[in-house]
Every structure is written in structure tokens, then in C-alpha cells.
Design a protein around this ligand. Structure first.
Ligand code: FAD
Length: 301
């Protein structure tokens, strides 16, 4: 638990604090116990202050994007959950078809901005329900595109409060991996290289990809997207379906009857339900197919 004294220290005009905040309100799975403290930071200055105070007081912090790739423990999260707002939601158009975007901006917001500016390159991201920070952390991708294809550089804050930068060549992007994976660096903003494209063509591509998503994925049920990474040479969803696990359920968690790569919250699912179902799927796929599935979703808490 964080102390009242610590809460007083991080309180400022540039932060908004929510104590014992239910994390199921902040995850697309609609699962998760309470966070000791959810702290919305509106400025880089406030972010530095919170990070340094966490370090000084040995309070752990976790950076929350839009919570679309997370399974948060039923016991919640100890310490401070930091959410970027205010100036982290700015988007600026730069010369040569480049765009600088705060890490708190939604991918949807960025895609709409790019379309308005007749800039192509981000259409693949339309429909991925994350933030720009979360998308870079995960190297999010779909339909043949990945964030790595359009990122030029990123600015981040380390746990000492220093602002640093990674250029494209330093970002170590791979499938659902970046240099930020499993670090406590906080992505602040991201610069993208896009290219001039006709607005109607951009719209058509976005609409086409959204239609495909709605046809294939259980977009009207709470989930965290694909639960497992794509194993080399296979598709996780196909393996799961071939093992007869479509519709398999533990408590309120179910392998989606529409897309076997997704686990959906059918109502009242707990993190424990999801974890048990994940372990069951991994065991059956290992036994029947000899393939080891690895989770794409992050377990927190
Ligand atoms: C219906 C559905 C469909 C999906 N489809 C796709 C898809 O097609 N392709 C795909 O790749 N993903 C997909 N996802 C998964 C998810 O949307 C992506 O992984 C997304 O990039 C996560 O972003 P987020 O902001 O929600 O991050 P979160 O889930 O909040 O966090 C994920 C990780 O990123 C870290 N993080 C977030 N912001 C920052 C920051 N500013 N600095 C440092 N670390 C940060 C977090 O600490 C955490 O470790 C889907 C999810 C759902 C629910």
C-alpha cells in the first residue's frame, strides 16, 4: 500500500489521483482488482516528479496505456499506476510528412489525424485499440503493417527522470517486441515518417481493415486481443481450434467461438479464470500438437 504521506508528496496541480482505483475500469478485458493509486500526469515535469518520488520512496510504478493488452491480477496493483494525459495527448505535424505524437494519444486519434493531413502509412493500425506508447512498447501490428515500419525516433524518461532518445536503429523492434519491453522506461513521444496519400484511398483502406476485423474478431466482447504470440510456422488460433478448444471456458472466461486466438470475458470473469484457461490451452496444445504457446498479453500485479 502507498502511504498517505507519499500521496501528499505526489499531489500537484499537474496530477490527478485516484486511490483504490478499480483496474477493471481501465482494461479492455474489464478485469482487475484495485490499484493503490492511479496517477494521471499532465506534464513531463509532473511525470519526472512522480517517477523520482517513487524511486526515493521505493514505491513501484507501472505505466498504463489504454489497457488493451493487459490481464491485471484480481488483487490489483501495488504502488502507483501512471497514466499519461494533458500534454502527452498532443499531435504535431512536422516538415517532410513527419508527425510527432504524444505517447498518450490513441492510435485511433493518430490515424484520424494522419488521414486529415492526407498522410498514409498508419492505416494498418486502424482498429488496434491501444495508445501510441503501448503500440511502440509492443511493436503493434496488423494486416501486414507494424509500428516499426513508420517510427523514426522516440523520446523517453528513464527511472532517474532523465529524458533520452532512441532513433529507429536503436529501437530493437521485433515481433511484439521493442527496446522498451520489460524495462521501466516511459515513452513520452514518438516521431513517425508518413507519406502523402489520397484521403479517399486512406479511408477505403481503413474501412476495409475495420470490416475484416469486425467479421473475424469478437470486437463486441471484452478481451485483450490475441492472447498468444504467433508461434514460428503456425497460427495460434488454428492450433487452438484444431485441439477442439473453441468455446472452452473457465468461470466467465471463454475461448471465443468467433476467433480461437481470443479469450473473451463472458461476464464476471476473474484474472484467475483467464490464467487457468491460458494454462489449460497451453497444456492441450503442447500435448496434442507439440507446440509451446507464449503469451502476448501482459500479466500485471
Ligand atoms: C479487440 C482487440 C484487438 C487487438 N488487435 C491487435 C492487433 O491487431 N495487433 C496488435 O499488435 N495488438 C492488438 N491488440 C492488443 C493491443 O491493442 C496492443 O498490444 C496495443 O499496442 C496495446 O496498447 P495499450 O496502450 O493498450 O497498452 P497497455 O495494454 O496499456 O500496455 C501494454 C504494455 O505497454 C506498456 N506501455 C504502455 N504505454 C507505455 C508508455 N508510454 N511507455 C512505456 N510503456 C508503455 C505497458 O506498461 C505494458 O507493459 C488488440 C487488443 C484488443 C482488445
Amino acid at each position: 500500500m502507498v502511504s498517505e504521506k507519499f500521496i501528499e508528496l505526489i499531489k500537484s496541480e499537474e496530477t490527478e489521483l485516484f486511490l483504490n482505483e478499480p483496474m477493471n475500469l481501465h482494461t479492455s478485458f474489464r478485469i482487475g482488482g484495485n490499484a493503490d493509486c492511479l496517477c494521471e500526469v499532465k506534464t513531463v515535469r509532473a511525470l519526472r516528479n512522480v517517477v523520482l518520488l517513487c524511486k526515493e520512496n521505493a514505491v513501484p510504478y507501472f505505466i498504463l496505456g489504454l489497457g488493451s493488452n493487459l490481464l491485471v491480477s484480481d488483487d490489483g496493483i501495488r504502488g502507483v499506476v501512471i497514466k499519461l494525459s494533458g500534454e502527452f495527448n498532443n499531435i504535431t505535424s512536422l516538415d517532410n510528412d513527419m508527425v510527432r505524437c504524444g505517447a498518450g494519444v490513441t492510435l485511433a486519434g493518430l490515424c484520424v489525424f494522419a488521414r486529415k493531413m492526407s498522410l498514409g502509412g498508419l492505416e494498418f493500425a486502424w482498429g488496434i485499440p491501444g495508445s501510441v506508447g503501448g503500440a511502440v512498447y509492443m511493436n503493434a501490428g496488423a494486416y501486414g503493417g507494424e509500428i516499426k515500419d513508420v517510427v523514426v525516433s522516440t523520446t523517453y524518461m528513464n527511472s532517474s527522470g532523465e529524458i533520452c532518445r532512441y532513433d529507429r536503429s536503436e529501437l530493437d523492434f521485433a515481433y511484439r517486441h521493442s527496446v522498451y519491453t520489460d524495462t521501466d522506461h516511459i515513452i513520452i513521444d514518438v516521431t513517425f515518417q508518413l507519406s502523402q496519400k489520397n484521403q479517399d484511398e486512406i479511408s477505403d483502406r481503413m474501412q476495409d481493415l475495420m470490416n475484416r476485423r469486425r467479421t473475424k474478431q469478437p470486437t463486441n466482447h471484452p478481451s485483450a486481443g490475441s492472447v498468444f504470440k504467433r508461434p514460428e510456422g503456425y497460427y495460434a488460433a488454428a492450433l487452438i481450434e484444431e485441439c477442439g478448444l473453441k468455446g472452452c471456458a473457465v468461470g466467465g472466461a471463454m475461448v471465443s467461438p468467433k476467433h480461437s486466438g481470443f479469450i473473451v470475458n463472458e461476464g464476471g470473469a476473474t484474472a484467475k479464470d483467464v490464467k487457468e484457461l491460458v494454462e489449460h490451452i497451453k497444456r492441450v496444445v503442447r500435448e496434442k500438437k507439440g507446440v509451446e504457446l507464449c503469451c502476448e498479453i501482459k500479466y500485471i500485479g
